[in-house]
Design a protein around this ligand. Structure first.
Ligand code: PMP
Ligand code: GLN
Length: 385
């Protein structure tokens, strides 16, 4: 392994999902639903396969049907006008979008600011691009995680090239507010920064939280690369269909990198996701309401079991603190959890540059069937502190 990647071994998700399989535990670690997405979308994929749509290399930027559907979705949900021919790029999941964007836009030595705790691929992709990662830490206050705008401002230097944002935020569940996003936009304009914003949980916001794409703020349309994914919105994480929207020159830059990573993304699923994006609002509302209920179900269970719970306003994750158990090492806690009660979770410590910062944080996902969440809550309750 070269020096750029030396610090990155196996991802925590692979480690913890393997542990769940090995021990037969309930896997609340890796975030993937245990119920597949809509039947009609699966049927659309079968039809595409059968009709020979996408069985050979599809167009590099993505099939026109999907690019049009992405553009229509941005218009319908956010009033954003996006040209499907020049301002959309289909990627192999959001993961490839993140990699291609960083490889295309970061010069070796550039500083990239990322919210910490950060999704693990951010650190690895910044490193592969030869960039220097500068974390700005979200800190818990009054039961949830907050961004300190002064810290963000102070993190910008003359070498800062890019802000790598994520809202709704994995793993904390924080959703950046209109005020926070406006301040970030002002900073980006003032310091002439590009922003890559990972909005894969755009449809998963709860209570009175609202997801507002950063690209809708003044001055941001031409300096923002917005990333999303069908994996999260339609519960098809195995299909690996993601996309970016940005202005023409930025899309063209990211496309250059994508060409040499995967060349194109798999064809038939793109046609199916084009249909998924055109589902009526009732689909998106129903999905959100379902996960809202599951958040409360698991949150109540975790509280009853003795965890300190940071209430998420978005995503399908809950970050907890294990201090009430008299434990301080999240990674050790997660390795022992299957033996203790047959549940798998993920330690947030791996999402920090300084593991001490997240030492006592453990993340659970609630994108599981109600009976699975009930059973997990019962098991955790039995080992209460
Ligand atoms: N970004 C974030 C914040 C995520 O949580 C995930 C999925 N776990 C991804 C990107 C990757 O998405 P995909 O599966 O579409 O590659
Ligand atoms: N995004 C999912 C999570 O945070 C998992 C994705 C992955 O395994 N890379 O759990």
């Amino acid at each position: 392994l070269n020096r750029r990647l030396a610090e990155f071994g196996t991802t925590i998700f692979a480690e913890m999902s393997a542990l769940a399989l090995r021990t037969g535990s309930i896997n609340l670690g890796q975030g993937f639903p245990d119920t597949d997405g809509p039947e009609e979308v699966r049927e659309a994929a079968v039809r595409a396969l059968r009709d020979g749509r996408g069985n050979q290399y599809p167009p590099g930027p993505g099939v026109p049907e999907l690019r049009a559907a992405v553009a229509a979705h941005q218009k319908r949900r956010y009033g954003l006008t996006v040209d499907p021919d020049t301002e959309v790029l289909v990627t192999a999941g959001a993961t490839e979008a993140i990699a291609a964007a960083l490889l295309a836009l970061v010069e070796p030595g550039d500083e990239v600011i990322a919210l910490e705790p950060y999704y693990d691929s951010y650190a690895a992709c910044i490193a592969m691009a030869g960039g220097a990662r500068v974390p700005v830490t979200l800190r818990p206050r009054e039961g949830r995680f907050h961004l300190d705008l002064d810290e963000l401002r102070d993190a910008v230097t003359d070498r800062t090239r890019l802000l790598l944002l994520n809202t709704p935020h994995n793993p904390t569940g924080t959703v950046l507010t209109r005020g926070e996003l406006a301040a970030i936009a002002e900073l980006a304009v003032e310091r002439d920064l590009l922003v890559v914003t990972d909005e894969v949980y755009e449809h998963l916001v709860f209570d009175d939280a609202e997801h507002i794409p950063l690209a809708t703020f003044p001055g941001m349309r031409d300096r923002t690369v917005t990333i999303s994914s069908a994996g999260k919105t339609f519960s098809f994480t195995g299909w690996k269909v993601g996309w970016i929207t940005a202005n023409g020159p930025l899309v063209s830059a990211v496309r250059t990198a994508k060409q040499y990573l995967t060349y194109v993304s798999a064809g038939p699923f793109q046609y199916a996701i084009a249909e998924a994006l055109r589902l009526p609002d009732s689909y998106f509302d129903g999905f959100r309401a379902d996960l809202h209920r599951k958040r409360d179900l698991l949150g109540d269970g975790l509280r009853a079991a003795g965890f300190e719970v940071y209430q998420p306003q978005g995503t399908y994750f809950i970050t907890t603190d294990i201090t009430p158990f008299g434990e301080k090492d999240a990674h050790a806690f997660c390795r022992a959890l299957p033996e203790r009660c047959g549940v798998v979770a993920v330690p947030n410590s791996v999402f920090y540059d300084d593991p001490d910062a997240g030492r006592s944080q453990v993340r659970f996902t609630f994108c599981k069937r109600d009976d699975v969440l009930h059973e997990a809550a019962d098991r955790l309750h039995r080992m209460a502190p």
